[in-house]
Design a protein around this ligand. Sequence first.
Ligand SMILES: [Mn+2]
Length: 448
Amino acid sequence: MNSDYTDSNPALGALYAKHIETIAARHDHALEQAGASHAVIYSGNPKNAFLDDYQMPFKPNPHFVNWVPLTCLPYSYIIYTPGETPILVYFQPHDYWHVVPGTPAGYWTSRFDIRVVHSVEGVAEHIPVDREKCIVIGEIDDDALTFGIERVNPNTAMNILHYARGVKTEYELAIMRLASQRGARGHIAAEAAYRDGQPEFEIHRAYCEAVSHTDSELPYGNIVALNKHGAVLHYTDLDRQPPAESRSFLIDAGAQVHGYASDITRTYSNRDERFRALIDRMDTMQLDIVAEVRAGLDYRDLHVATHKMLAGVLVDAELASGAPDTLLETGVTSAFFPHGLGHLLGIQVHDVGGFMENESGTTIDPPSGHPFLRLTRVLEENMVLTIEPGLYAIDMLLENLRGTPAESHVNWDSVDWLRPFGGIRIEDNIRVLLNDQENLTRDAFALL
Ligand SMILES: [Mn+2]
């Protein structure tokens, strides 16, 4: 994968050295609590389609990527023993069908005892002999890949590691800033393709070219939605033909650097001034929500506060009428905004641990009536999360309001006006600070 985003950043090596110390300390604690002495972290392996020799795109084990910036190294292992230099069993097969991983290189190599192997069987001699003191972390679809270790992904250790991953190291933050810059570059290219009248398919291509990602390198499938397609929350079709009339454009697309993602959404109006004003109003609201982010805040409260703010937007835009509490209680705001305010972000786009109350695995439910909220934790310094309020004309949900107390609060003529534009979502990636926040996304756009 193209790595120019990190080669230009010499500070990463020093940040990585500290990152590894933090990751090691988290594993020390997890191993101790699990009563184990060695963590054997499997990178994963590609999967074939049913009855086929077609290989699905390889998605590495996020626990492996947490240790090393290697996203294309299947059948490899990190073996970590507290107090010792971690071993990287680096799988480099003799294979003339595929490009095999090259000689290990980069700022990370000095932190590992690297042992290159050429066959899966060659891994065994590097696994600690006291197998009962080992745990495996990874997705295992063939028992031969555990080399006789019986404890695979024990909950005690996994919960500790997942809870800890919610808080990013300085190295991870630096990588994620780069991922945001990469994504912002794609968004600017996509907007230009949209203004040029290109169909969804060509806008998508312009985006991929600008971020230098193939489809399978994208952290998630791009949502490139013209007009009413913007109301389909996970719209992933790509129309090959431009629409007869261009009204609006919603794009939800990210990029990755060393396996860490950005997740960015923007919405544009073509010519309609009323829709443009509504986007501006949502943008202002989104920034007001972002400004609330700080350590100690319960994210569930921010989600509910967003609904109250959105009620004000709906009233101002003449889409609804009534007091904010009424529009919440009758389900009007949820019909216009049916997804969560945001989620943790990291190696996984919806990063693990969003519901965890503590490292022992107790979870926190979303507020009642808001089942799709993916982040329910109290915010801590250096968490990275998304803030992505939306407003859509989704007939399936709005029609459910007919015949209920909500019906009289909806301005149905305005819904008819909004429908051809689909909807609006504005999404930034936010780092939590003690009494403030860092907006990775807006900073990235400002740099370009
Ligand atoms: Mn998102």
